[in-house]
Write a protein that binds this ligand. Structure first.
Ligand code: 5GP
Length: 194
């Protein structure tokens, strides 16, 4: 997605060979027109899948998930990272190891919001090692729901998450696919790469 790639090149900061900082438009300050364009693009790619719910993880997945839900006309649900002390029986839970924070969080989603009749699109801001996506996938499986696919705003193709998910036969759609962050430079794979 050209608009997103241009924004990454103009405003993204390469922190190391494996970490890209995009807190001026996605992870802290949010660029609403860009999020709208992202929502439209995900909706276009998944429009024929009969999606009934978007599932993401707080907090940076919420903006793109909400915009995609708006265009598709379905709710966006976000997994919470803090364990609710009450109603734990009423939650699906999974463990997720965070790439950026190097810590493991339990994530949870209320059973009220995903069930076996749902067709779920998982969305997230970044794909690195795939742990966040696997945690969300675990929750979709616990609910007995159908997975339509996974939408990723920024995939770091030099890390193993994309291959891990695609090897499971899952459709993974990526809007900006980064081949390398070497030498302080962002290099993309070709436009439209999955
Ligand atoms: P994974 O679970 O695929 O290893 O990592 C995905 C999660 O880690 C994303 O939800 C995102 O919050 C965070 N993440 C991974 N790599 C990066 C990165 O290069 N930059 C930023 N800002 N977040 C990242």
């Amino acid at each position: 997605m050209k608009k997103l790639q241009d924004k990454i090149l103009s405003d993204g900061k390469v922190l190391s060979e494996s970490v890209l900082k995009v807190d001026s438009f996605l992870n802290h300050q949010i660029d609403p027109p860009l999020m709208q364009a992202i929502g439209e693009e995900f909706a276009l790619r998944f429009k024929n899948e009969g999606i009934t719910k978007i599932l993401t993880i707080e907090s940076s997945g919420i903006a793109p998930a909400m915009m995609t839900g708006l265009v598709l006309g379905v709710p966006a649900v976000f997994a919470r990272k803090r364990k609710s002390l009450t109603l734990i029986d009423h939650m699906y839970t999974a463990s997720v190891h965070s790439f950026t924070k190097n810590e493991t969080n339990d994530i949870s989603v209320s059973k009220d919001f995903i069930n076996k009749d749902d067709v779920v699109l998982i969305l997230d801001d970044f794909l690195a090692n795939g742990q966040a996506a696997l945690g969300l996938l675990d929750i979709v499986e616990q609910a007995g729901a159908k997975l339509a696919g996974i939408g990723i705003v920024i995939e770091k193709g030099f890390q193993p998450g994309g291959a891990l998910l695609r090897d499971k036969g899952i459709r993974v759609e990526t809007l900006a696919h980064i081949a390398s962050l070497e030498n302080g430079q962002v290099t993309f794979l070709g436009e439209g790469d999955a």
